[in-house]
Design a protein around this ligand. Structure first.
Ligand code: UDP
Ligand code: MG
Length: 309
């Protein structure tokens, strides 16, 4: 069986199109599938709309979470409840074309890949959001300890064995595209152009997007903590040179009253220390999150087939 996991947060405006398009895209190549919608605590009518669709399609399942837990937690919840032998992930805003699952599925079945990710060869629309995503992927490619992640997102299809491996990583602060790349297995790609969101505003605010980028970088790169070390070392070298100059000036008697140099060095050292503390703080925060070990999400109800609220 094929399971497709789709997180939904306040998407009432496009649920009809989403269901229709996804169902017909999947029916084009298999009859044995489930679509598992994760309602991530929507405050609009998304859940009712989904339940209505479920009346007609018994292979629609809905996992309703007790509140909004965020995109990555919603995906995780869905993946943990999916029962397919091949499992897919797709955003609910039709930015990723469900029709592409056919090619992904073919590659897994016929070319024996374990994981196929959608690689964005381009993006429709020119907005600051796309620019930030571009910057993130550029930076991430250069600093991350994993390779070949560039320009893939959550959109993907994978075999059960690979999914089980992915789900064994229980970290709370998670960036699924990174984890998926990290686990190995035979990975392949299909290229596509990322559409603009079909309807409504993005449900990931820019702030959430930046936090996700930070999570990705902190979990897959040593750059931040290296940066503090480098800054510290640069500071030390600068002040060793300055120290030598000061001593020479003292010995040869041309030391001046030195107001600006004192202030500047205080500012410089102070800011290096603050930046370093901030970066260390990011690590402490993440360690704290992990050690609290709170569940990533709580389930309100799992509508497996033809339930009502
Ligand atoms: N989403 C979610 N929980 C959230 C935010 C978003 O389940 O807290 C869902 C949203 O409904 C959509 C998908 O995650 O189906 C991607 O969200 P969005 O399009 O806002 O993100 P972007 O495309 O900017 O990454
Ligand atoms: Mg989107």
């Amino acid at each position: 069986m094929l399971s497709i996991v789709i997180p939904i947060y306040n998407e009432e405006g496009l649920i009809d199109d989403l269901v229709k398009r996804t169902v017909s895209a999947l029916e084009a190549f298999t009859s044995d599938f489930e679509i598992l919608f994760v309602d991530d605590g929507s405050e609009d009518k998304s859940l009712q709309y989904l339940l209505n669709w479920q009346k007609n399609y018994s292979n629609i399942k809905i996992l309703s979470l007790s509140k909004n837990f965020g995109h990555q937690a919603a995906f995780t919840a869905g993946l943990e409840h999916a029962s397919g032998e091949i499992i897919g992930m797709m955003d609910g805003d039709l930015q990723d074309p469900p029709e592409l699952f056919q090619e992904m599925y073919r590659k897994i079945r016929e070319e024996n890949f374990d994981i196929i990710s959608g690689k964005r060869s381009g993006r429709k629309g020119k907005n600051s959001r796309n620019f930030y995503t571009f910057l993130f992927h550029r930076l991430f490619k250069n600093v991350a300890v994993i390779q070949n992640m560039e320009n893939t997102g959550n959109f993907s299809l994978m075999k059960r064995e690979a999914m089980d491996a992915l789900l064994r990583m229980k970290e709370k602060v998670r960036y699924l595209p990174g984890l998926r790349t990290y686990i190995g297995f035979k990975q392949g790609y299909v290229e596509y152009i990322r559409e603009e969101r079909m309807e409504g505003e993005p449900k990931m605010s820019l702030a959430k997007l930046f936090i996700l980028a930070a999570d990705a970088i902190f979990s897959f790169s040593r750059l931040p903590i290296r940066l503090t070390l480098t800054l510290g070392l640069i500071g030390t070298i600068v002040f060793m040179c300055a120290g030598i100059y000061v001593l020479i000036a003292k010995i040869f008697g041309f030391a001046i009253s030195g107001w600006s140099s004192t202030l500047l060095s205080i500012y410089f050292l102070g800011s290096i220390q603050l930046v370093s503390l901030g970066i260390v703080g990011e690590y402490v925060y993440r360690i704290y999150k992990e050690s609290q070990d709170r569940p990533l999400y709580f389930v309100q109800k799992f509508y497996k087939a033809n339930d009502t609220i």
